[in-house]
Design a protein around this ligand. Structure first.
Ligand code: CUA
Length: 421
């Protein structure tokens, strides 16, 4: 038998735990986080939130009504002291009026929910007719575990659209139609503050549309289980005003910054590498609190001119280590494969490793030296489609190192990649 004090202490602890668990909800932490669906910033997400509220109110009212009737009946008709030998009260077999009334009320409740639901299913399905002429089109493709974004109407050469990775920049205040594709398995494209999730399905064209009311920085996330690193398959959407957007597009179309110096004297980038960190480093306060400002700062040209020798070294290592086999850096390295992120302007992104880490030298160093520790199962580590990664299988089918990057080489690569603004 359980002692009463044990039960009491259990009850007290449970209550404390419940209070702590509910605290973020009470203080609004869950309602305004980076991926909150309550803090909508565009008409599509707003329409979806409206449906949620209608459903919440209708079911909430139903709950209160049913719970009240249940409580009333339980309290009024419960057996009382002295009722042990009382006669059984008269038994009813249903009241047609009440039953029909309840059916009618249920149908009414469903109609109240169905009208905005159907209206918004049509509204969110595709860009509204009135906005079609001005809508902007992009194509998002899911990969294990990152996102490629293509701009079909922004060509860098004949029939070659502009391609970027993990950070989708869009014009604010304008409908954007996103074609959804996948390279491998099913992924799901989700920017909680702008639009609900839609799947990216193999061999099937899918799409959604969204609009950001104002310029801003929005968190995105793959929302369909797609393998080992699904939970860290992230991306960002950055909405810019028309002038800034045009400027961004024009700059992205340019080739990467030329690496000029040939002075081989090694210089060491000044930061302390993170090794074997048990947990991923968090975001800096600056980035966490003001990501849009942090993103804008990231666009500023690379200031560290003293790194030129190191950048040159990194440029060489990028070829020597075989990074060039998979990654395109337009103007810096030809080649590349269709399944690795384009790195032409990687230094200007606010995140790396599929939107997982803030783009700092420390994080980039860690990502380059320990990719599997950062994003388990990733293709840079294991290789893909016959291309070798950091590891290769030997004749006994065991994984053996294929590419190895030491600290000195990593510093050079970090400087080079950081300089690609
Ligand atoms: Cu891609 Cu989950």
């Amino acid at each position: 038998m359980i002692a009463l004090p044990t039960l009491r202490s259990f009850a007290r602890r449970s209550l404390t735990a419940l209070t702590i668990a509910c605290l973020p909800l009470i203080t609004g932490g869950w309602l305004s986080g980076h991926q909150s669906t309550f803090d909508t910033k565009g008409p599509v997400a707003k329409a979806q939130l409206d449906v949620f509220y209608v459903t919440l109110w209708v079911t909430g009212i139903l709950f209160v009504l049913v719970a009240s009737v249940l409580a009333y009946a339980t309290l009024k008709f419960k057996a009382r002291k002295g009722d042990e030998h009382a006669a059984v009260p008269p038994q009813g077999h249903g009241n047609p009026l009440i039953e029909l009334g309840l059916i009618a009320a249920s149908v009414g409740a469903l109609i109240i929910i169905a009208i905005p639901t159907l209206h918004n299913i049509w509204y969110t399905y595709d860009v509204p007719e009135a906005e079609k002429a001005t809508a902007y089109e992009v194509t998002a493709t899911g990969y294990q575990w990152w996102f490629k974004f293509e701009y079909p109407h922004e060509e860098i050469a004949a029939d070659t659209p502009l391609v970027v990775a993990n950070e989708l920049v869009i014009p604010a205040g304008r409908a954007v139609r996103v074609n959804l594709r996948t390279f491998d398995v099913i992924h799901s494209f989700w920017v909680p503050k702008l639009a609900g999730k839609v799947d990216m399905i193999p061999n099937r064209g899918n799409h959604l549309w969204l609009k950001a009311d104002e310029p801003g920085y929005f968190w995105g996330q793959c929302a369909e289980y797609c393998g080992e690193s699904h939970a860290v398959m992230r991306f960002r959407v950055i909405a810019l005003n028309p002038a800034d957007f045009a400027k961004w597009i024009a700059h992205q179309k340019e080739n990467s910054k030329a690496v000029t110096t040939s002075d081989p004297k090694p210089v060491f980038a000044s930061y302390t590498p993170i090794h074997n960190a048990p947990n991923l480093p968090g975001y800096s306060d600056k980035f966490d609190q003001h990501p849009f400002e942090a993103w804008k700062q990231q666009q500023e040209p690379y200031a560290s001119a003293s790194d030129e020798a190191l950048i040159q070294k990194g440029h060489e290592i990028f070829t020597a280590k075989g990074c060039v086999t998979c990654h395109v850096i337009r103007g810096g390295h030809a080649g590349g494969a269709p399944f690795a992120p384009d790195l032409t302007h990687v230094g200007a992104r606010s995140t790396i490793a599929g939107g997982l880490l803030e783009n700092t030298p420390e994080n980039l160093h860690r990502w380059i030296t320990d990719p599997n520790g950062v994003k388990p199962g990733n293709k840079m580590y294991h290789g893909v489609s016959g291309m070798l990664g950091y590891m290769a299988r030997d004749e006994n089918d065991n994984w053996t190192p294929h590419i190895q990057v030491d600290d000195t080489e990593a510093r050079a690569l970090v400087s080079y990649l950081n300089s690609l603004k």
